[in-house]
Design a protein around this ligand. Sequence first.
Ligand SMILES: *Cc1c(COP(=O)(O)O)cnc(C)c1O
Length: 396
Amino acid sequence: MTKIINRFETPVLGEPFLLTPGPLTTSYKVKEAMLRDWGSWDVDFRKMTSQLREAILDLLGEGKKDFDCVPMQGSGTFSVEAMLTSFIPANGKTLVLANGAYGQRSAQTLKQAGRDVLVLDKGDYMPPRGDEVSKILKNDKDITHVVAIHCETSSGILNPVEEISKATYAAGCKLLVDSMSAFGAIPLEPHQVRYEALVSSANKCIEGVPGFGFIVARKDALEKAKGNCASISLDVHAQWAHMNKTGQWRFTPPTHVVAAFMEALRAHKEEGGVAARGARYAKNRDTLVAGMREIGFETLLDKQWLSPIIVTFFSPADPNFGFQKFYDLMKSRGFIIYPGKLTVVDSFRIGCIGHLDAGVMKNVVSAARDTLKEMNVTSAGPPPAAIQERQALLAH
Ligand SMILES: *Cc1c(COP(=O)(O)O)cnc(C)c1O
């Protein structure tokens, strides 16, 4: 019998699925696109860079004409640091909306750069709301910028960027968005939600391999960013100006990663763009969450805040459960999962993004069921304390 290869089966035989929010599972074609060397100054590569920038802008919808895209070498954090230190001047003051590790990292980045920072820390799983932002901005007139995390990948919460944006601009401030794990799957179109700049990277929802990020910013904000950044390599204005003038990156670009990204962009468009990508991920999430709940697992977040990017599950209270064992056994079944990043309760995370579909998610659930059996875990339910704590916080 010939086996029909599903396009979402593991791309290389024996390779586990990465249920991690970047690096993630990429298609065979994306990997294959890296089998050629490119001269970074050559016209063919310059053409690729220019097409890349255009294709990213196409994802912004109507408002794209006021924006430009600046790719930046390094992992996503390099691009976040580039955005924050290039668009926020030395005398600016920033309100960072934090509800997890990435919000905290933005605050730390600004502090390290000597910028004045105020942090609204919502803990692990509460969203920063528009009215809270309004209140803070009303009471502190020194604040010039607000930083929001679109999907806080620590918990998987989808933050209400639209109401945050309204509150920010109503107070005369400017919004910068870390949309790292959401861009390309969850729309953030500037004619609907106002912002100065957002940042994302190659290895998240576009499904490329790691190696660079990109800043998407208003052209007038890019003009004004000149001279703000104290770093040579992370200066967004300098990278933008040089790229516009020469078509080249200032320093050695990750050529193979860019080539892979072009293939990933092609597949993204072919699938149906942001809406279709988001719909596949939402289906992945729904299949995963329904199946895991059937086994007895509970999600950290209520449905309203569950992103289609990554889902946090409470670890079972059963004393036979241990994360490392669960991880190893899931890996032996072909799935690499992610440890939790919560500060209070034990948890683990399963990503819904990457080159995978609902059929793969069904197999993840079966693997989890078999793994619990093998570990002699009879109930996947979390400790009552975890649920109580969540209820108490949500009641606020
Ligand atoms: C992945 C991610 C980053 C960047 O992380 P790197 O490890 O530097 O690529 C930043 N913010 C969010 C919300 C992310 O999900």
